[in-house]
Design a protein around this ligand. Structure first.
Ligand SMILES: Cc1cc2nc3c(=O)[nH]c(=O)nc-3n(C[C@H](O)[C@H](O)[C@H](O)COP(=O)(O)OP(=O)(O)OC[C@H]3O[C@@H](n4cnc5c(N)ncnc54)[C@H](O)[C@@H]3O)c2cc1C
Length: 464
């Protein structure tokens, strides 16, 4: 397809290219060191944890150990939705021993992370193209409207502030964003759009300025109480934090812990003023739809559309992509969806395509944890909501490591345990069958009627 001529595929992400390309890695570890806290992984989780630990106790010796460079993972590749959302099953946290008040407090903590990230970015002098905006959820058929209404009912049942919600009919949606076939939607206030790589690389500079040691180009080969082994030496530590989210299965003994689910994005060429007039989108909302195989998008600082979705969901044996290179089939799926929703963009160039992995626990519920006996901790399994959630995780881990009895350490996701994923080939078969069912359901629902029975079967397989 000629439309893809000139599309850069991979080299980590468009967001790094937007900054002049991926950075030169900092110096690796050279020999053995001893620190108070060793953090594995230089993404948002690891860096927020380092930042909050340093803020609470500037004398702590903290090391972040990163295989490639800070922002190489999902933190430098994502859709830039700083949503403060809560998309995990509230009922599962209750079933695991949480309380209704606890879940509502967790929901509020997630929402509060938007202000917190914006405040810390300003304080640390991080320019990440942050723009406060609404989250705009789009429905293009009756079944998607049903899910919008179910969404509204769920939010009301869990005391979500009604003042933050605006229900939109077809005309209301079109007054914000003209999506072909749009029949309604929901706008949720209190989110923001970010340039993800600017945020994570800015965070790395901020913690470095504060005296945190960043060892890049250093691969962790083993984690144990008080010790992190790497290909460059050993780090002895009073506490060890695992912050490797979608990469976690590549660590020894953790192959079945979190499933690395693929997500991919295409970035269009900048739209002309006439094209923007056609579409609207003057509120610069972060946008997604209610499809089962949903898309997510942002209007970038310089007027492109970064348009993401699932594409090919999972590689056999939890294999990872190479520097963000995605499959041609995935680019075609995303491009076709973009054209279906915005036909006036026919012929627009696709400048960049890339992918990354996000961590999915077996129950699709995120967690953060710390064992005071072994002094080992972790956070992740955010299921695609890591931009805001990782900030709450970083604050929570800092409190747990330092033994602080804060409101954060009693939230129901703290030390939430989940069973491992099935071994291969069951895992690969189930995830690909699930997304096959979701895509088929979307096609059936687009023709009319309510939520497809196939999607319900898919949810059963997934354990949603
Ligand atoms: C395409 C895509 C779009 C997304 N869109 C959004 C979005 O719009 N909003 C949202 O909230 N979330 C989104 N997410 C999810 C979000 O980006 C992640 O949940 C979040 O960035 C995870 O941060 P992290 O620091 O935990 O992990 P990562 O950023 O993945 O960092 C983990 C780090 O660990 C390093 N590492 C791995 N193995 C080793 C090892 N052996 N030794 C040393 N270091 C190692 C990696 O190199 C990596 O830098 C998206 C994810 C993807 C992939």
């Amino acid at each position: 397809m000629t439309i893809f001529t000139g599309t850069t595929n991979g080299r980590v992400s468009f967001w790094h290219a937007d900054m002049g390309g991926p950075p030169q890695p900092r110096a690796p570890l050279s020999g053995d060191v001893t620190v108070d806290v060793a953090i594995v992984g230089g993404g948002y989780t690891g860096l927020w944890t380092a930042l909050y630990l340093n803020r609470l106790d500037p004398a702590l010796r903290i090391a972040v150990i990163e295989k490639r460079f800070c922002g190489y993972g999902a933190s430098g590749r994502n859709g830039g939705w700083l949503s403060g959302g809560f998309e995990w099953s509230r009922d599962k946290y209750i079933a695991a021993g949480g309380t209704r008040e606890g879940v509502i407090a967790m929901q509020a903590a997630m929402a509060g992370s938007v202000d917190e990230v914006i405040a810390r970015a300003a304080e640390e002098d991080i320019d990440a193209d942050i723009l406060r905006c609404d989250k705009l959820m789009v429905a293009t058929c009756a079944a998607q409207l049903e899910r919008r209404d179910a969404d509204l009912a769920e939010l009301a049942a869990w005391d979500f502030p009604a003042s933050r919600l605006t229900t939109l009919d077809g005309a209301g949606l079109a007054s914000r964003l003209r999506v072909a076939g749009g029949v309604g939607g929901l706008a949720v206030s209190g989110s923001a759009r970010v340039q993800p790589a600017k945020l994570v690389r800015g965070l790395a500079r901020a913690v470095e300025r504060r005296g945190v040691a960043l060892y890049e180009g250093t691969t962790v080969t083993g984690l144990a109480p008080g010790m992190v082994t790497t290909d460059r030496g050993t780090v002895r530590a009073g506490a060890v934090i695992r912050a490797t989210e979608g990469f976690t299965p590549s660590l020894p003994g953790l192959r079945r812990e979190w499933l690395p689910l693929n997500s991919a994005i295409i970035a269009t060429a900048p739209l002309s003023p006439a094209q923007w007039r056609e579409i609207g989108w003057e509120g610069h909302e972060i946008v997604a739809d209610y499809a089962h195989a949903y898309f997510y998008a942002q209007r970038t600082r310089e007027g492109r559309i970064a348009f993401g979705g699932r594409g090919i969901p999972y590689r056999f044996g939890s294999a990872l992509d190479r520097d963000g290179q995605t499959q041609a089939g995935t680019i075609r799926i995303l491009h076709a969806t973009l054209m279906r929703l915005f036909p006036s963009l026919a012929g627009i160039g696709i400048d960049h395509a890339w992918c990354g992995t996000l961590g999915v626990p077996r129950d699709w519920c995120t967690s953060v944890g710390f064992d005071p006996a072994t002094r080992m901790g972790w956070a992740g399994g955010y299921v695609g909501l890591g931009v805001s959630t990782s900030n709450v995780a970083g604050r929570t881990l800092a409190d747990l490591v330092l033994g602080r009895q804060s409101d954060l350490v009693t939230l129901p996701w703290v030390n939430h345990k989940v069973r491992p994923w099935e071994p291969e080939p069951l895992r690969w078969g189930a995830v690909n069958a699930l997304y096959g069912l979701y895509r088929l359901s979307d096609r059936i629902e687009a023709k009319g009627g309510g939520t497809s029975i196939l999607a319900r079967i898919g949810d059963r397989i997934a354990g949603h």
